[in-house]
Design a protein around this ligand. Structure first.
Ligand SMILES: [Zn+2]
Length: 409
């Protein structure tokens, strides 16, 4: 088993160790040391990266660190290397990454404790992502106000700069200590993280030594998940860069709306309401226009055998409009057959007849599409289709119209 140097000092960024073995796992080279300050992925916290420097040789990049069940830690190298068992190495932790992880992880302890103290909502899991972190709370409900209150309490603890200390106790003793969380497996010795007079919990991760080093804790999205509520958060430098990005997006939105950032939601509500009214009035105007257009078309179409057959192919109207027009045409008079089309990128046909007329629009549509290609169909009084080609639409509609106009029953 590897000696876990990070158990005692999270700020130990450099160390010396002996190489115990160099092995290959899933065709990746991995070094095993007698002692290490590299933190392996565990308990929600992700691994450290850094470098291993063999005596008198080039430094080797450590790309991932994992822990085996027996406590042996594997340092996965970016590329194969010549390192002899028994040789001495110098280890270097990627400080920026470790420091970020300590801020996120200690911030999580404070936040989890704040949810317990304020609302008795225990944390059931912790996830540390590359962008943000999250905890899952065991609770049926969580309001934005409650999240804000927990955030306020947690940041109070940050500004109080309480000490964060590590101690080891026997498993039996831990039972008496009213820990926030006990590890699932029983152990002889437990490592406790003690945030002075605020939180005491068992944890194997790396933490800062005083809460002020967390910087700040910023809560973001809260969402219902299967077993409770998820709270997304960022701490320290991540909180600053996240808040900066949020503000940039908000300021850009405010600029587009020519308003102050605080007024953005109100301006969006206004714009949505305006757009809803505009849409309504456009629909109204279009219906009126279709009505007038239909009257004019009927006035220009001669009667034949007691009915009017209207044929029109538009170059730039959409399906919605010609359906509306077909409806108006066939309702304004009891003896109208409308054969309408659109000659655009997606050519369209609509056939309709006044209720009571003797033809079958669905059958006529199938007949037209048999010539023009494409798909479509409909009922006796109304049918629509999408011909495969634009060429020949007018001729086909005129041919059908001529036949209907002359048909006697
Ligand atoms: Zn921890």
């Amino acid at each position: 088993m590897t000696e876990h140097l990070y158990y005692h000092d999270s700020f130990l960024y450099e160390f010396d160790a002996d190489v115990i073995d160099i092995t290959t796992v899933d065709s990746r080279p991995a070094i095993i040391l007698n002692r290490t300050a590299f933190y392996p992925t565990s308990g929600g916290q992700v691994f450290d990266t850094g470098w291993i420097v063999p005596a008198g040789a080039e430094k080797l990049r450590v790309a991932e660190v994992t822990e085996q069940e027996d406590g042996t830690i594997l340092h996965f190298l970016e590329s194969p290397a010549q390192v002899q068992p028994g040789s001495r190495i110098h280890g270097l932790i990627d400080v920026e990454r470790r420091h970020d992880h300590m801020q996120q992880h200690t911030g999580q302890h404070v936040l989890s404790a704040a949810f317990v103290r304020s609302f008795n909502m225990p944390t059931v899991s912790f996830h540390m992502g590359a962008e943000s972190c999250s905890i899952d709370l065991d609770t049926k409900g969580l309001t934005a106000k409650q999240a804000e209150a927990a955030e306020m309490l947690a940041n109070g603890v940050v500004t109080e700069n309480r000490s964060v200390s590590i101690r080891f106790v026997a498993g039996e003793e831990a039972q008496k200590l009213r820990l926030r969380k006990l590890p699932p497996v029983e152990r002889d010795q437990l490592r406790l993280i003690d945030i002075h007079d605020f939180d005491l919990t068992a944890c194997g991760g790396t933490h800062v030594t005083a809460t002020g080093q967390i910087g700040c804790i910023l809560l973001r999205k809260i969402e219902k998940v299967r077993q409770g509520w998820r709270v997304e958060f960022v701490c320290g430098q991540r909180a600053v860069s996240t808040a900066r990005r949020d503000y940039t997006a908000l300021a850009e939105s405010a600029g587009l709306l020519s308003t102050q950032v605080w007024d953005v939601p109100e301006q969006i509500r206004k714009a949505q309401e305006e757009s809803r009214l505009l849409k309504k009035s456009a629909e109204h105007a279009l219906a009126e226009f279709a009505d007038l257009y239909a009257s004019q078309m009927l006035a220009e179409t001669a009667e034949s055998s007691g009915r009017q057959v209207v044929v029109r192919v538009f170059s730039d109207r959409d399906l919605g409009f010609i359906k509306l027009l077909a409806q108006k045409l066939t309702r304004q008079s009891a003896s109208v057959i409308a054969l309408l089309g659109v000659r655009s990128n997606s050519p369209t046909l609509v056939f309709a007849q006044s209720p009571g007329q003797p033809f079958d629009m669905g059958a006529l549509m199938k007949e037209a599409l048999a010539k023009l290609g494409g798909r479509g169909g409909g009922s006796k009084d109304m049918a629509q289709g999408g011909p495969a080609q634009v060429a020949g639409i007018e001729e086909e509609l005129n041919r059908i119209a001529a036949r209907l106009a002359n048909q006697r029953f």
